[in-house]
Design a protein around this ligand. Structure first.
Ligand code: NAD
Length: 293
């Protein structure tokens, strides 16, 4: 049983952890801190949190578990702000979509207390934000990836795995660098592709006409372009090296399509479309490690 859980960033992800732990009867008191007072008031009114803290250091005061669920660009300041106010037996986890930069931020902020931090990334989400989007069942049957540090005690890693399992998730482990390169390809690149397509079409004088005639293909490809711009700006910048490499590979594919179109090369298009169609048909979303953000 968690006695006092501090959530820094009470949005979709942080709020859903609070609701899932409450559903399981595994947390006694949840304290929330965030940037927006209106969002925290809503979280309190909805029963997502039990108390609002007006500073990060008062949120973590006496907490036995701390969850950082702010955008990844805000992690460094958050770790630095709480470092001197943590209880001796605290365990900290996070929900950041990128891991190497969050771990670097934790090392810089927590210093000698780094062993208390077990990094995590829930592969669950939605294109909605804020405490009002939080759901107790968000993590049911979903994967949470832990990227434990060499400093973590096995028992502490197991305790954080247990926290996420109580939320309904299955837990897997991998190295942070591997995590960031996989998610650059299957999550971060698709989000950039969707943002780019919608922004391109929306900037045209005939945008209204285009959107009126867009069908289910456009809807499916661009759903994730409705996601939080701030969150995705931070993820893109945080995972810059891996994401740049993925963008280069994708641009090369698109260029090859462009060349094939210019040359009227039906064979090249057919081969590539056939390979893609087969691979996509074989992929079962039920097995997914893809991020539904
Ligand atoms: P969200 O916008 O719903 O919630 C983020 C919360 O953090 C907001 O309430 C905001 O007010 C608060 N916040 C922002 N900057 C802050 C700061 N400097 N100090 C304190 N509070 C601050 O976003 P979310 O979807 O809950 O995402 C939270 C984290 O989870 C991010 O790191 C994101 O990368 C990660 N994540 C998101 C998804 C997803 O699909 N949405 C999935 C997995 C992981």
């Amino acid at each position: 049983m968690i006695e006092r859980l501090a959530i820094l960033g009470v949005g979709l992800i942080g709020g859903s952890v609070a609701l899932a732990l409450k559903r399981a009867g595994q947390v006694r008191h949840v304290v929330g801190y965030g940037r927006s007072r209106a969002n925290l008031d809503e979280a309190l009114a909805l029963g997502v949190i039990d108390e609002i803290a007006d500073r990060p250091e008062s949120a973590v005061d006496g907490a036995d578990r701390v969850l950082l669920a702010v955008p990844v660009g805000a992690m460094a300041a958050t770790f630095a702000g709480i470092a001197d106010h943590l209880a001796a037996d605290v365990l900290i986890t996070d929900a950041g979509s990128t891991k190497q930069n969050v771990i670097a931020a934790a090392r810089a902020g927590l210093g000698a207390r780094i062993a208390r931090f077990v990094p995590a990334h829930p592969i669950a989400g939605a294109e909605r934000s804020g405490a009002s989007a939080a759901r107790a069942d968000l993590y049911d049957g979903r994967n949470v990836i832990l990227t434990p540090l060499p400093e973590n005690a096995l028992d502490d890693t197991a305790a954080i795995a247990g926290l996420w399992q109580v939320c309904g998730a299955q837990v897997a482990e991998m190295a942070a660098a591997e995590h960031d390169s996989i998610f650059a390809a299957v999550s971060h690149l698709p989000h950039l592709a969707a943002f780019a397509l919608v922004d391109e079409l929306a900037s045209r004088p005939q945008a209204g006409l285009f959107f009126r005639h867009a069908g289910s293909g456009f809807r499916d490809f661009t759903r994730i372009a409705g996601s939080s711009p701030e969150m995705w700006r931070d993820i893109a910048l945080a995972n810059r090296p891996a994401l740049t490499a993925e963008l280069d590979a994708y641009i090369a594919r698109l260029s090859a399509y462009r060349d094939a179109l210019a040359a009227g090369d039906a064979g090249t298009l057919m081969q590539s479309f056939t390979r893609a169609s087969l691979a996509r048909s074989r992929w079962q979303p039920g097995d997914t490690l893809e991020e539904d953000e």
